[in-house]
Design a protein around this ligand. Structure first.
Ligand code: TYD
Ligand code: MG
Length: 480
């Protein structure tokens, strides 16, 4: 077969050249030239009947008034995991393209093989393993205990086909031949298009392979799940190209030393983003955690700890924060935050210093979110402030207290979204007091939930409500 000419495109300015250079001759950026196959679009999947030149004139009008566009009910396929369905927005949409990213060893292959097994009881599934041999996948499949998942009247394994292959062309042929309802490719970086000279895993390869798979999947309504690896910088390799191409990007993350794993939707055309699914890695694969708040809560309140209600998508999560404030022995005090942006901590410390007069710049400050969760939302600010002040003053917050609120730079407490949902979750888990921003309008709702509600306009009022003392008052007598 004649090799189609490939060319190089600068990912920074879009200039094209026939030859590879380390530096783009147009914009001067280094290492931005990416190889692209010349004739890939025409080579694969062109409708058989029409020739390339005549198509434009012969084709009938394709647009239609929007009101006349037929509706097709979205029949989502249950993935076998309620948690995965939740993150997908209610199940897998036929013909959709989902990218599942995560660090090596986090459990992507396990998750997808287990849900492939579950889906294969109801639909045809093709599992393409480009990284592991068929024997390795089978060993894992046996270990995951397929016998439990066999629907009555079906054979063990259901309609699950396995293909161990790295050549893109062969994978495409198999997809054409089988026309499965679901195809899983593990991983997109290990696939290889022989038309391109660059190495498997390079941006050009990843893009070409994903685009070719996407075209065929869309055409035959196959839902395609692609596994993608995360680079050292924490990005999905070939990130932007893939993110634009796919309908949903899920990231699978977690502390490799702990057993729980978090699945998040970073992008989802068929559901809410930032939806969170929680799993636990056991000796027989991943199990769902349906009540995750318990994972991120400590046992007993202690000095320097505070509980917040974070909201991940539509899911409220109770999370314990711990702070340690101690006299510094460095010229500039140390600040470190695990599970929270350190700049956010700097900002909250500055607000506490300025508006409450606490001399925190003479103290080291460490903050940690329990359970390895990453908390991004500003609604955690009040909890951080309370944990820091509690550690600084050696106070313990009364048991059963949650704090929710964003701190403004002027020390004011700003309202946060989905407060009622957060309070419901707190009440459900047995919390009895909530400190929230003023004018929440939730007095009645909180009473019916059995919560004692404290509304505060600024950080000082909120901390007085939470701790029972003004943070700047000199301690009198022994602190509790
Ligand atoms: P894997 O799914 O291979 O990760 P990825 O595809 O993201 O690279 O998961 C690998 C880890 O999971 C491995 O360290 C072992 C662990 N594991 C279990 O603890 N229990 C199990 O049942 C399985 C299959 C894996
Ligand atoms: Mg894997």
């Amino acid at each position: 077969m004649a090799r189609s000419a490939s060319h190089f495109v600068c990912s920074s300015c879009g200039a094209q050249t026939r030859q590879f250079f380390g530096r783009c001759s147009s914009c001067g950026s280094w290492n931005t030239l990416v190889e692209q196959a010349g004739a890939t679009d025409g080579r694969r999947l062109r409708p058989q009947a029409a020739g390339p030149g005549r198509r434009a004139e012969a084709a009938p009008r394709r647009s239609a008034p929007i009101r006349d566009v037929g509706e097709r009910p979205l029949e989502r396929l249950a993935s076998g995991y309620g948690e995965l369905d939740r993150v997908l927005g209610g199940g897998l949409v036929p013909g959709s393209l989902v990218l599942v990213g995560g660090d090596p060893g986090i459990g992507k292959s396990t998750l997808l093989l287990q849900s492939a097994q579950a889906m294969a009881q109801r639909a045809s599934v093709l599992y393409v393993s480009a990284e592991e041999s068929a024997q390795q996948v089978k060993l894992r499949w046996q270990r995951l205990g397929p016998a439990d998942a066999v629907a009555p009247g079906r054979e063990q394994g259901g309609d699950l086909q396995l293909l161990a292959e790295t050549d893109l062309e062969l994978v495409l042929q198999e997809l054409e031949a089988l026309r499965p309802a679901v195809a899983i490719v593990d991983s997109i970086q290990a696939l290889h298009d022989a038309e391109l000279s660059s190495a498997p895993g390079s941006v050009a390869q990843v893009r070409e392979c994903a685009a070719a798979l996407a075209r065929i999947a869309k055409r035959q309504d196959t839902a395609l799940l692609l596994v993608g690896h995360v680079t050292k910088e924490g990005m999905l390799a070939g990130p932007k190209v893939l993110e634009h191409l796919v309908d949903a990007v899920l990231t699978f993350e977690g502390d490799r030393f702990a057993s729980h794993r978090l699945l998040r939707a970073v992008k989802n055309r068929f559901g809410a983003t930032h939806e969170l699914g929680v799993f636990e890695m056991r000796d027989r694969g991943l199990a769902e955690v349906t009540n995750p708040s318990e994972l991120f809560l400590g046992d007993e309140p202690s000095s320097g700890s505070a509980t917040i209600v974070a909201c991940e998508g539509t899911r409220p999560l109770l999370v314990e924060l711990q702070a340690l404030v101690s006299t510094t022995s460095y010229a500039s005090p140390r600040r470190s935050a695990t599970g929270l942006a350190v700049n956010r901590l700097h900002q909250i410390l500055a607000v506490l210093e300025k508006h409450l007069g606490l001399p925190l710049s003479r103290f080291d400050c460490y903050l940690a979110v329990a359970g390895g969760l990453e908390v991004e939302e500003p609604a955690a600010d009040l909890g951080v402030a309370a944990a820091v002040v509690a550690s600084f003053r050696d106070l313990t917050l009364p048991a059963g207290t949650v704090l929710v609120g964003e701190l403004g730079l002027g020390g004011q407490l700003r309202p946060v979204g989905q407060l009622e949902l957060r309070l419901q979750e707190a009440a459900r888990l047995g919390f009895v007091r909530a400190v929230v921003p003023r004018a929440s309008g939730l007095g009645g709702a909180a009473r019916s939930l059995g919560l004692e509600l404290h509304e505060a306009g600024d950080v000082a009022q909120a901390l007085v409500a939470a701790l029972g003392v003004h943070p700047a008052d000199e301690p009198t007598g022994p602190v509790v």
